[in-house]
Design a protein around this ligand. Sequence first.
Ligand code: FAD
Ligand code: SIN
Length: 526
Amino acid sequence: MIKETDFLVIGSGIAGLSFALKVADVGKVILINKTTIDESNTKYAQGGIAAVTYEPDNLKKHIEDTLIAGDGLCDKEIVEMVVSEAPAQIKQLIEWGVKFDQNEKGEYNLGKEGGHSENRVLHHKDNTGEEIQNSLVNRVKNHKNIEELENHFAVDIITQHHLGKLVKRSHNNTECYGAYVLDLKTDRVNTFLSKMTIIATGGTGNLYDTTTNPKIATGDGIAMVYRAKGIIENMEFIQFHPTSLYNPGEKPSFLITEALRGFGAILKTTDGKKFMNKYDKRGSLAPRDIVARAIDQEMKITGNDYVHLDCSHLDAVKLKNHFPNIYEKCLSLNIDITKDPIPVVPAAHYMCGGVKVDENGASTINKLYAIGEISSTGLHGANRLASNSLSEAIVYANRAAEDSVKRLNQITINKDIPEWDSHETTYPEEMIMITQNYKEVQQIMSNYVGIVRSNLRLERALRRLEIIYKETEELYEKSILSQQLCELRNLINVGYLILKMAQNLHESRGLHYSIDYPKKGNISEF
Ligand code: FAD
Ligand code: SIN
């Protein structure tokens, strides 16, 4: 089957949904996602969305905090642009129906998180993401120009390669004509032809065995763009969130928001000793890379599987009111956070690098935009400042919408694209080939390419990943496509990019910390 549209949007998190709403009055939109429209990383966001609203905060401070967190690798002009444009886009979210908590005077309640010098995080209790996701989904469902298709798994971006032409990463004339998409209900691969393709497939947390990300986060977009010869960058900067709930067996790991530390919660060892001031004068509210490494170090020193986050000194009524979901979740495990410390461990959380894009979200492949977590815009550098990703997603959804709408009339749909060729393939005989390799990839990445790395660990990881890569490619060549096989293949691809980029960085910076290149300054203890 062939489908045609003006805008093909792949992914229905904050980035894809906002983009669809911005362009739907101008052209027809097909919005696809691989599970259901309401499932995404966005839905699980807790802390909130960072932007300057009231004094004493100002743009300069937010810019400065973002640059400091990014450890010298942010693009200053992009940081200035995103921070300046975020307030207007948050206003747009509010007009679309998103509700943020307000005080009795009608002012927004602003939370604080690691690395922020002011309170600037707008939030809805401790389930900001769900509030955003639901509001945008409602609006999308009511727009007659948006066709949303669930259980549609994008397999590959279509380029000149599919017309038998040579496509190279060094060329600047590669064009995107749409995508091949697996309909998970019929098992058929259909051809979606579009004037503009927008890839908003989010991150890749499932490369690691402990992650805050839901199952959908398997780096599909990165792998697709890489295979299509787009440029990918900064993949070594994988952000581990310092505090996910220690509850062995639970997947994804339940997040304990950083806003709780902004509210006054303190990290302690299991015997009740504060430790963060040993590592950074900002204590429990230092930027994430520093806190995650400190926890990792303390767990190694003590041999414990977790550290504690203590809220017992905080006002119990206010605590329950601001963090009702965390309170309930912990209570279901017999942890009363008003009295008992919460056991926490770091978990893979966010991908700072991704598809290289310009200031409008355009990738290096013509007519292909990448927005949201999948993109590498220059905002985050070597470490993302907390709650900056939702702001980045809405700013870039807006910019990509304006830019693509301007170019739409000059573009015609390419009708020469062949349909997906699936001849001589069969169903894999044993799923264990896929599931075992999936687990092995997670173990390799967690043990060798985690919070603290070394040259030897990276080399070992690469050797092991190469074996799994070969086995998986052989299976892929002869198998009828399945979501599991595609996701495994994509994860291997993304793991390879992280490893190669980590090997090329001969220093410790931000989220990439190698014991072979110890960093000077107040984190040298690591
Ligand atoms: P997502 O929201 O992840 O959406 C991706 C979409 O792509 C989904 O619809 C998925 O189905 C679809 N998709 C993926 N692959 C395919 C495919 N092959 N074919 C078709 N569809 C596909 N950031 C903040 O700024 N503040 C916070 O408080 C915050 N809290 C967080 C808490 C948690 C637990 C997590 C996991 C993340 C948090 N983040 C937070 C990060 C932030 O939520 C994400 O970076 C952001 O929501 C990503 O949005 P997105 O639209 O790019 O992708
Ligand atoms: C959190 O609430 O701690 C997550 C915030 C983020 O990832 O930006």
